[in-house]
Design a protein around this ligand. Sequence first.
Ligand code: GLY
Length: 570
Amino acid sequence: MQKVIKDKGISLTIVLSVILAFAGCVGGQLGQNNSNEYRKGMVVSASEDASLVGIDILKKGGNAIDAAVAVQFALAVVYPNAGNIGGGGFLVYRSAEGEVNTLDFREKAGFRASRDMYLDPDGNPVIDKSLFGHLAVGVPGSVAGMVAAHQKYGKLKWGDLLEPAIVLAKSGFKITARQARELNGLKERFITYNPNGTALVKDREWLEGDILVQSELANTLELIRDKGMAGFYSGPVADSLLAEMKRGKGILSADDLKSYKAIWRKPIIGDYKGFKVITMPPPSSGGIALIQLLKCVEPYPLKQWGLNSDSTVQLMVEAERRVYADRATHLGDPDFYDVPQEQLLSNAYIEERMAGFNWAHATPSANIKAGTFKVAEHEETTHFSIVDKAGNAVSVTTTLNGSYGSAVIVKGAGFLLNNEMDDFSVKPGSPNMYGLVGGEANAIMPAKRMLSSMTPTIIEKNGELFMVVGTPGGSTIITSVFQTVINVIEFDKNMQAAVDAKKFHHQWLPDTIYMEKGALDSLTVVKLKSKGYPVLERGAIGRVDAILKTRWGYYQGGADRRGDDKSIGW
Ligand code: GLY
């Protein structure tokens, strides 16, 4: 069994911190969450340990893809609530020469999945079934994604990219106060789904600075290091995963694992006031939705109205309402459903959608029954942005879906499994954990990919790299990326200020504006309410990790202070 030890061994954090501090490569800014500028490259992620791993790979001559692979595996160790090998994600790439590409390593339903698998005999969704435990798990795509990315664009040796994660898993790393709180809060859930013990459960409460050692995960990572795809999708790791499925009555099979493939897809490309926006196509809804949102607001003088003014908020909310309604109806896995991408992105269609917008009062969303928005549920996913010395950029969003996914940790292999099946429309018309309503386009089918909101994005200005951006946040991902982009382009914020700015969110159903505390001043709230917009305060929205290239050619990091995120440059 894996053991958690405190103050034993030397964590990679300390080793790397000391090396980097001596090398002076982060200009004394190590550990600061700020927008300092660097020339040679930058990594921004949800964890300082993972950002250090990425920057170290860049320093060793690795490119942005090499660093992304190393960061993805490092996050699976040091950020187990969303970093993963048992989940999936999307990658958007732009080479220094301007080649663009996207990689879909989204999870998919197993061959034995069926449309009504989460409904009770009366046809009502049994919520917990798609959220926790073995039945909630989709076929993991992350390892296939990293192998595909490395085969196509990687420069350093595959094994060298796994090594830092293996060291972090073996020697352990110091958990943050936030991680200690989360692990303590989920103790009962972990015990329920992992009765034979797991490294994530301690006999006492977790404390900030405790060392988390994950030796089973280290063994799994070594197999992936040595055998690539075969180290995960077949052999001992696959056997452990299948045994875990059997134990918990899950449905994933050896065929599901063996047949999984990551897919290179043509990026969605849009234009906003001369900025070229390169983003993720379906099965993410994020790219289409982001371009639609930008096009909806493009004709209006946002800059003149100001950040979070009543006119700005009203316009953005009306755009969001319409775009999320489209999302619910038209978007799903393009390999199973004919997504009307061209129509959704056409200028004529956007114009027509916004034509019914009335400044005097809110447009009601009430044409289908409203969903419930469970803001208490975490919106866990994680994003990282990387630029290397040559100027290659990569934007990766990866997820287990909920915080710590299904809470099932594969016995003997030490990694968490996703609960991504909840991103399907479990019952078309009923809301999922994010309150998102979906239609037939996203109904469950064997081997289909579930619709996502993840929006990894890269933006060009005048043919040059301008921004690398993305965030976790479930249904709030799209609106968080939208606001961050607008904060830079319209409101001239630097990268950190754009990330720091308070956010609001509307997703058509429920028909409510959710805002972070202080996002809108009280007069703006009164004005919006008087026009028929319900406004509710909620906790943090998004956790954006982004990089901006300044006009002088420096990289500015924006690491979200809503988490423990870090930008590190050199
Ligand atoms: N699991 C969150 C998403 O893919 O949108």
